[in-house]
Write a protein that binds this ligand. Structure first.
Ligand code: ADP
Ligand code: MG
Length: 494
């Protein structure tokens, strides 16, 4: 994958019963889902925005899930690519509805939380979980973390004792050598099935609502980040792939929280909004084409954690949510402005091969290469021996006097060299080819050793024949012939 833009979908929710009762109308915002256009007007001006996808008031959860290509993104995730999906917009615009889709029921002072909602209400996250487990192979692993970010503090939603510490220090954000941010001591949960993920997800959601209640804060003032990590061996690359799927429900983006507050209240508002403020800066600077080193990711916890999601190594989908009521004209224009900027951001998703397994693979190759060198040396020695045995006697004597064993390819007899169509160095590329050639070489060495033995056997037979002949010769000339001569002399004298 060379590069891909951040995908942006805009969703306009219907007016709610309460809003209708209060007399709100929806005359200032309209969508054209055929041409993917949103129009917002005040009394004098109409501004039009165009996006990859635009969903009107009647859009269903299933339609949003299908047409946003979440299934495609899940496929990418299990192939080893990072994926981020986040909802953006002011409080009440439908972010949580789009991402989660549940209805919350809280009861009593210490609320018991029930999650309700039929299947058709399910949002992007529960649908993505189902879709993920229909894609999984047996030999992979999935783990999950779920955190909440409130006033720039990180709480573990799956460690309720810690999540409930209202005003507690929260968990520390750290970064490793390759500038990857991670949350220290965040609990990681291994999941075997969609049910496992679903159970942990709803457990975390309950903690989120309880924590909001204890901190006396609406849950729309905190960000929640569900992260799934996928690990499997990549059959093509022969290395382990590790990818991350971030599913994010952001706090409301309205600026009203900053107005009319003073002192502590103002500080709290700034803290609550710091991550969103920085997110907007990051989006603005990336869309203006600034180089990565000038992007202020580190200025907030949220942008640190989502560093790869915008302008980095990830597929990314933003669902920008709009409120239809006329009173929110300004907030809608702001949302559409940032959505337009986000749509111009270029990301560069790459398959995440674990560098450790790449190393192991590299080591395997280099140890095979060492074996090849060793075998080449043995092979050359075997060729040399065969040569010696078949060479004329004087040459053999000369060679044996200077007993160097050749180690270079050039020592191979031309006839054998011709039987290889590539040189050894050419197949240092693929481990499969190396294995095949190694086996060929071992076979060849075995054959040559066999031939060598046969030649040595025949040499020894010849040597015995020669010794017998020499003995015969000595017998004829040193014993028989002198005896015959003596006999002749005796006969002559007689
Ligand atoms: P946010 O998370 O942006 O603050 P919510 O998702 O909580 O907003 O939505 C506010 C209210 O609007 C909720 O009662 C929710 O059920 C309702 N709502 C949001 N989007 C839709 C929609 N597309 N269709 C019907 N009701 C919606
Ligand atoms: Mg919400």
């Amino acid at each position: 994958m060379e590069g891909t833009r951040v995908g942006v979908a805009v969703r306009l929710r219907p007016l709610l019963a309460d809003e209708l009762r209060q007399g709100h109308s929806n005359s200032l915002v309209s969508v054209d889902p055929q041409r993917q256009i949103v129009a917002v007007s005040d009394r004098n001006v109409t501004r039009k925005f165009q996006f990859d996808l635009v969903f009107g008031e009647q859009s269903t959860q299933e339609e949003v899930f299908k047409r946003c290509g979440v299934e495609f993104l899940i496929k990418k995730f299990v192939q080893g690519f990072n994926v981020t999906i986040f909802a953006y917009g002011q409080t009440g615009s439908g972010k949580t509805h789009t991402m989660e889709g549940y209805e919350y029921v809280t009861e009593g002072k210490a609320p018991r939380v029930q999650l309700q909602g039929g299947n058709e209400r399910l949002g992007v996250i529960p649908r993505a979980i189902q879709s993920l487990f229909s894609e999984l192979r047996a030999d992979c692993s999935v783990s999950l973390t779920f955190l909440q970010l409130y006033k720039e503090r990180i709480y573990d939603l799956l460690n309720p004792a810690e999540a409930m510490q209202s005003g507690g220090p929260g968990l520390k954000l750290r970064w490793n050598k390759s500038d990857q941010f991670y949350v220290e001591d965040l609990s990681v949960h291994r999941c075997e099935s969609a049910n496992d993920v679903q159970r942990l997800y709803t457990t975390g959601l309950k903690s989120k609502i309880m924590a909001s209640h204890m901190m006396n804060a609406a849950s729309s003032r905190s960000h929640s980040l569900l992260t799934l990590t996928f690990e499997a061996e990549d059959s093509e690359e022969g290395a382990v792939v590790v990818s991350r799927l971030h599913l994010v429900d952001l706090a409301g983006s309205e600026r009203a929280a900053l107005t009319g507050n003073e002192g502590e209240a103002l500080k709290e508002s700034i803290d609550i909004n710091k991550s969103l403020f920085t997110l907007r800066q990051v989006i603005t600077q990336l869309s203006s084409g600034k180089p990565a080193e000038h992007i202020p990711y580190r200025d907030s916890k949220l942008t640190s954690l989502l560093k790869q999601s915008l302008g980095g190594n990830s597929y990314c989908l933003m669902v920008a949510c709009l409120t239809p009521a006329d009173a929110y004209w300004e907030e809608n224009v702001s949302t559409l402005t940032y959505a337009t900027k986000a749509a111009s951001i270029a990301n560069k998703p790459v398959k995440n091969l674990d560098p450790r397994t790449r190393l192991v693979k590299g080591l395997k190759v280099s140890s095979m290469q060492r074996e090849v060198v060793e075998l080449k040396r043995e092979l050359a020695a075997a060729y040399r021996q065969v040569d010696l045995l078949s060479a004329p006697r004087e040459e053999r004597a000369r060679s044996q006097a200077s007993r160097h064993l050749p180690t270079q390819d050039s020592a191979r007899p031309a006839t054998i060299a011709r039987s290889f169509d590539v040189s050894f160095s050419d197949f240092a590329l693929s481990p499969e080819l190396l294995t095949e050639k190694l086996q060929d070489s071992v076979q060849l060495v075995r054959e040559l050793i066999g031939q060598n033995r046969q030649l040595r056997d025949s040499a020894s037979v010849l040597h015995q024949d020669k010794t017998r002949l020499e003995e015969d010769y000595r017998h004829v000339y040193l014993v028989l012939q002198p005896a015959a001569d003596r006999q002749r002399r005796v006969e002559g004298a007689a």
